[in-house]
Write a protein that binds this ligand. Structure first.
Ligand code: KG4
Ligand code: ZN
Length: 338
């Protein structure tokens, strides 16, 4: 049984990450998060690609050093080809191509969404893995998808957002309340102290398994405007209840669609990924669904939920086994279907 060493690079959004895997085991997973975007309340693409340029070489060096392996031992270089911000993807793509040429090892392109899903197959001591077929829900600042996963590379998107991603819904709502970016974790923190039924917000009516979050943002905006016109301190005085109500509404939207997907596919194994899976309201709702509806849910450790290169590496490993290599003339793809 030969050992496969994969160096993986992720640069699709605002995190520069490099990881080294030995087969399905993570030896290192280094992530440089770009603080610069906090000042602007969102990711600025131009600044993101510039920061990737600064971070990529040190991050790769660190990943190799932490894994305690020499670059000459690498079996292949895996990288995120898309989807994401083009200028950001170009940095990782160009770097990966150059390094694979220099070392004379294969290049492996990875779809970022596929990686969020297959991150569940990173080896973790004592953690059980979903078995095919299962449903995957990827929820983050950039994505909201429900996917039917039939096999490692056989996936079907059952539903996705038609506008904002669920993390954006959290962050934009938080911004309306005057909270700093990214506001999702703050809504969670304040919301835990509030009454989730205090302020009912309407749920969008979207057919099938697709999502829409822009209407929620608008109704929160009008609600805040209306109430602050009556009482300028309304938000400060009711912050916990407002946050709890927003979190409750978003959780309901996600759970409604998941229940629908389970009904439609008769699959009760649900694998969650993306930064929003840290949310306590969503976690509670999933735990309840395990008890009440007999679901089995899977959530990887947080490091593998948010954008990271280890998940790119696990896909790289499975593609390596299939000798599914990428031609060095490949270009980054801002849009890249599953
Ligand atoms: O996966 P991620 O780190 O990056 C991408 O967007 O791909 O996800 C970040 C998103 C942000 O929108 C952030 O507000 C949200 O995840 N988030 C949360 C929580 N922790 C992170 N949203 C709600 N509750 C949380 N506890
Ligand atoms: Zn992501």
């Amino acid at each position: 049984n030969k050992k496969v060493y994969i160096l993986a690079i992720e640069s699709s959004c605002d995190d520069t990450s490099a990881a080294v895997l030995c087969n399905d085991e993570v030896l290192s997973n280094v992530i440089a998060t770009q603080k610069i975007h906090e000042e602007y309340g969102g990711v600025i693409p131009e600044l993101a690609s510039r920061a990737h340029q600064q971070h990529i070489v040190p991050v790769v060096h660190q990943a190799l050093a932490k894994a305690n392996i020499d670059k000459k031992q690498l079996s292949a270089i895996a990288f995120t080809r898309g989807p994401g911000l083009l200028g950001s993807l170009l940095v990782g793509t160009s770097f990966a191509k150059s390094l694979s040429l220099a070392l004379g090892v294969p290049l492996i392109e990875v779809n970022h969404m596929e990686a969020h899903i297959l991150s569940h197959y990173i080896r973790e001591e004592g953690v059980k893995k979903p078995e095919f077929p299962f449903l995957a829900m990827t929820i983050s600042g950039g994505h909201t998808q429900i996917v039917l996963v039939k096999d490692y590379f056989q996936m079907e998107v059952l539903g996705e957002t038609l506008d904002d991603a669920v993390g954006e819904a959290f962050d934009k709502s938080a911004k309306l309340l005057g909270l700093t970016y990214p506001g999702g974790p703050l809504i969670d923190r304040f919301g835990q102290k509030g009454n989730p039924k205090a302020f009912p917000f309407p749920k969008p009516r979207v057919d099938g398994l697709n999502f829409s979050f822009s209407g929620l943002k608008t109704s929160i905006l009008y609600f805040v405007q209306r109430e602050t016109a009556k009482n300028p301190d309304f938000v400060q005085e009711n912050l916990n209840d407002i946050c709890a109500s927003i979190q409750f509404t978003i959780t309901e939207i996600l759970m409604d669609k998941l229940k629908k997907a389970v009904k439609q596919t008769k699959i009760k194994q649900i694998a969650i990924g993306g930064g929003v899976s840290a949310n306590s309201g969503i976690r509670k709702a999933l735990a309840r669904a395990e008890e009440v509806m007999g679901w089995t849910t899977f959530i990887p450790q947080f490091e593998y939920c948010t954008d990271n290169a280890a998940m790119i590496g696990i896909v790289g490993y499975y593609k390596f086994l299939q000798e599914d290599f990428t031609d060095p003339s490949v270009t980054a793809l801002a849009r890249y279907k599953l």
